[in-house]
Design a protein around this ligand. Structure first.
Ligand SMILES: *Cc1c(COP(=O)(O)O)cnc(C)c1O
Length: 384
């Protein structure tokens, strides 16, 4: 009998070890991992430089508390600020906590409470993250929600203009909705939303937890659109597998997060921060990002070419190395078939297959994955 709460529907593969894009199962089989631990291991499993940085920090100190200055936090914060064009960083341990920090900061800085978020969005499982999330199934059974949030249809400019006003503290948005089914924001919408925020004195919070740290071919996904968010939140890929999250904000927000205003015992833990600094050093490099963006291009070319005409495939969407195959049928049984064929992928909602390969995935691995997808999806039948 398991002593774990059954909060997760587990797959049948138990990993024994993992390296690069491959998980070696206790069943003696090898699997191509196109999940990256749900968008976390963006450099693949156990990248050497990150492993070294972690081992080096392990031999210095593991935890001393945020009462001490820690240069490893300064270093990671500088990298985040430089890559995002923002100024100050608050370190947390997860995505949900990064969003909590952003929501608290936005409410305090504006003195307002209303926050606009979107249908199908996902912002985490804490009480504020859950309330911000635009999916009913996440909230069921948990009683009344934090009343701060208004959920609008994604990419609907008219609905947005009707709701945005001078009582709005912030707009919180994903550039590509990840958990909600790989829906990419339109350029018109995000640009108009950014402008409306500044016109109304509201803050633009971009949730980059899944899209950030190189996932879409740029350091952060908002950078595809030439907008300037007031706050971004990151987590997942930041530590390449070590737990860390961050809220990154503009200089004007400094005074609202003064001593005692917010905090976290483990936030900015030196081991995780060392992993983050080493991860960013590799990813926030023009050549690396260029290479990864061209892998993304190849992935989408092959997906369109090999899967585009398959009957049960509805649409292929995404950005960079964040891809969704929208199916006409439920995907859970298909995911099991794909695992049997050696490829591990994610769902995003009921009918979307989500691919999040490592950013340094090889051309051959992309070809293999698309080949397995084609073989499996062409045998699917639509049963109504
Ligand atoms: C995963 C995710 C979160 C929550 O992150 P946790 O680390 O699981 O708390 C929030 N927002 C987005 C967009 C995510 O993908």
């Amino acid at each position: 009998m398991s002593n774990l709460f059954p909060t997760y529907q587990r797959w049948e593969i138990e990993p024994e070890r993992a390296a690069g894009s491959v998980i070696y199962g206790k069943d003696g089989l090898q699997y191509l991992d196109f999940t990256s631990g749900i968008g976390v291991c963006n450099l693949g499993h156990r990248p050497e430089a990150v492993e070294h940085a972690v081992k080096d920090q392990l031999e210095l100190f593991w935890h001393v508390s945020n009462l001490f200055p820690q240069s490893i936090q300064e270093e990671a914060a500088k990298q985040l600020a430089k890559a995002s064009g923002l100024d100050f960083v608050f370190f947390a341990n997860s995505g949900a906590e990064a969003n909590e920090a952003a929501i608290k900061l936005a409410r305090k800085a504006t003195g307002r409470t209303k926050i606009i978020t979107f249908q199908q969005s996902f912002h985490g499982r804490t009480f504020a993250g859950m309330a911000a999330t635009g999916q009913e199934k996440i909230k069921q059974g948990f009683g009344s929600m934090l009343e701060t949030f208004v959920h609008l249809p994604f990419n609907d400019l008219e609905a947005f203009q009707n709701e945005m006003d001078c009582n709005t503290a912030a707009v919180m948005i994903e550039i590509v909705q990840g958990e909600g089914g790989i829906h990419v924001v339109t350029s018109d919408f995000i640009k108009a939303a950014a402008k409306a925020c500044s016109d109304n004195g509201a803050l633009l919070i971009v949730d980059e937890i899944q899209t950030g740290i190189g996932r879409t071919g740029k350091p952060f996904a908002f950078q595809h659109f030439g907008i300037e968010p007031d706050i971004i939140t990151v987590a997942k890929g930041l530590g390449n597998g070590l737990p860390i999250g961050a809220a990154v904000g503009k200089a004007e927000l400094e005074e609202y997060f003064g001593p005692g205003s917010h905090g976290s015992t483990f936030g900015g833990n030196p081991i995780s921060t060392a992993a983050a600094a080493a991860t960013m050093k590799i990813i926030f490099n023009e050549e690396f990002l260029h290479e990864s963006a061209s892998k993304g291009k190849l992935l989408f070319e092959l997906l369109h070419k090999e899967l585009g005409c398959i009957e049960c495939v509805n649409e292929i969407r995404g950005l960079g190395l964040m891809a969704g195959i929208d199916m006409k049928i439920a995907v859970q049984p298909i995911l099991a078939e794909l695992r049997k064929a050696g490829l591990i992928v994610l769902p995003a909602g009921e009918k979307v297959i989500r691919l999040l390969p490592p950013l340094n995935v090889s051309t051959e691995e992309i070809e293999t994955a698309v080949c397995i997808l084609e073989e499996t999806l062409k045998n699917c039948t639509i049963t109504a």
